[in-house]
Write a protein that binds this ligand. Structure first.
Ligand SMILES: [Zn+2]
Length: 478
């Protein structure tokens, strides 16, 4: 019997959000599980989304003077251990290489869980003078963290990311870099991924192992759970001291440079799925969609239809739009379902009657709206439609975020609001880790960030009643 490929139904998000998510990952052909447990394969369509993200982000990094490098994938144990906090933070997740061929290694080698140590080791050899600073490096690579439970894009033992690492002459410059890169991520989330974010600082409990300060962009998914989008860290000169990275300063004395690192991962694809997807599948913001427009001829066997559809495709591609046409003999119903599943932002349908009228029918993926477009006006109409989809997605995600931030005055109230509505719960906080732990244990929420935009909700901490230092956001996070 012939194997006919069907567009399979996915679980409704209202029925089972987790299953809906997994269904999209697989049925939109983004990822597939690999034979090695906890690892996933990025399939061509998933990788194409990642490539589009990379290209835009890499361009932004380069605008501010960053350059790409490639560091080794393995780190000697002795090197990893030089900075105590970092190694303790990552120890439970490190995978080790102990054999080289059939010989046991003299020193075991860690698969990089992150590369601060490798960068510091390198800088300790190549840095001499203040004249060489800053060094603004980034690398695109994969890292390995031996996670116990895994989910496509959100948590897997290997994931793809970029890690920026920089060293600077002064603390002020390094702090400015940390902030600049956080803003770069925030802009990327909002303008490219169409996901609004809350910018803020992580608490000491939640910050990166070894960092002086960690800044984050936090976003909210359609199930009202929080997701950490990307982080930017300020290290002071702590790592420089641990790895003996020095330079001769303007005063002719040896000094330690100040350091930052910042990272974003393929987890952003998970964020896009959960921020924009619906019960028909993936919904992609046009800026990262591998196919921005799909042309679907109707009654393609009738004279002139295929030719006109090809002509339409060529015109759209000439505008610099990523477009494809489907001339296969699959049914119209199958094609519509397939490209909806894959989240293609705009579908153009063209049949004999449309050709007679010199129009095509455009269908928006984000809201299903159908409009007739004159074939004479493609040049203006199609880019405008893509912009409208991009904006429509952002507006909907922004509404979801704004409608799901609740203020609470006690752990009990916070817990109740979370159970009823999800979202971010904001409270005042004294700054003590004990209260943070209490919110986790009694309220079931972790701290997401101390937003830069502070509000004075009351005078006292919602957990202990002592004088409050900050307003903080709590949430149930991925
Ligand atoms: Zn407190």
């Amino acid at each position: 019997m012939a194997k006919e490929k069907k567009v399979e139904q996915i679980t409704d998000m209202e029925t089972d959000f987790a299953q809906w998510y997994t269904d999209i990952c697989r049925k939109a052909e983004l990822v597939e599980y690999a034979s090695v447990k906890g690892f996933t394969i990025l399939r061509p369509y998933g990788f194409a989304i990642w490539e589009n993200m990379q290209q835009i982000m890499d361009g932004e990094f380069k605008k501010t003077g960053h350059v790409n490098v490639a560091m080794p994938v393995l780190i000697p144990e002795s090197l990893l251990k030089k900075e105590g906090e970092l190694v303790n933070g990552f120890a439970p997740e490190v995978a080790w290489v102990t054999m080289g061929g059939s010989e046991p290694l003299e020193e075991r080698l860690a698969f990089r869980p992150t590369s601060e140590t490798m960068f510091c080791d390198h800088w300790s050899r190549v840095l001499h003078s203040y004249r060489e600073l800053p060094m603004l490096y980034n690398q695109w690579c994969s890292v390995i963290r031996w996670e116990k439970t895994t989910r496509p894009f959100l948590r897997s033992r290997e994931f793809w990311w970029q890690e920026g690492h920089t060293i600077h002459e002064t603390a002020e410059e390094a702090q400015a870099e940390t902030e600049q890169q956080l803003n770069c991520y925030a802009d990327f989330f909002e303008n490219v991924l169409a996901i609004p974010v809350v910018r803020g600082r992580k608490t000491d409990k939640e910050k990166f192992a070894g960092a002086e300060a960690t800044y984050t962009v936090e976003c909210l998914m359609k199930d009202h759970k929080a997701l950490q989008g990307a982080t930017s860290h300020y290290f002071g000169d702590k790592f420089s001291r641990a790895y003996d990275v020095t330079f001769t300063g303007r005063d002719n004395k040896l000094q330690y440079p100040f350091q930052t690192s910042w990272g974003s991962t393929t987890r952003m694809i998970g964020a896009v799925i959960m921020a924009h997807g619906d019960n028909n599948g993936l919904v992609l913001p046009p800026k990262i969609a591998p196919i921005q427009v799909i042309v679907v001829p109707i009654a393609a066997h009738k004279p002139g239809v295929s030719e006109k559809a090809q002509e339409l495709l060529d015109q759209i591609k000439a505008l610099g739009i990523r477009a494809q046409a489907d001339f296969s003999d699959n049914s119209m119903g199958w094609k519509c379902a397939q490209y909806e599943m894959k989240g293609v932002p705009v579908r153009l349908e063209l049949g004999p009657r449309d050709i007679e009228n010199n129009v095509c029918v455009a269908v928006r993926r984000d809201n299903g709206e159908k409009v007739q477009v004159s074939l004479e006006e493609l040049e203006i109409a199609i880019p405008a439609l893509l912009d409208a989809v991009q904006q429509g997605l952002y507006d909907a995600a922004k509404k979801n975020l704004e409608e799901h931030i609740y203020a609470a005055k006690s752990i009990e109230e916070a817990k109740q609001l979370q159970a009823e509505h999800g979202g971010f719960i904001k409270t005042m906080w004294c700054g003590d880790e004990a209260c943070e732990l209490k919110m986790k244990e009694e309220g079931g929420m972790s701290s997401r960030c101390i937003p830069f935009r502070q509000e004075q909700l009351s005078e006292v901490c919602a957990c202990c009643g002592k004088p409050a230092k900050h307003m903080i956001y709590w949430g149930v996070a991925y």
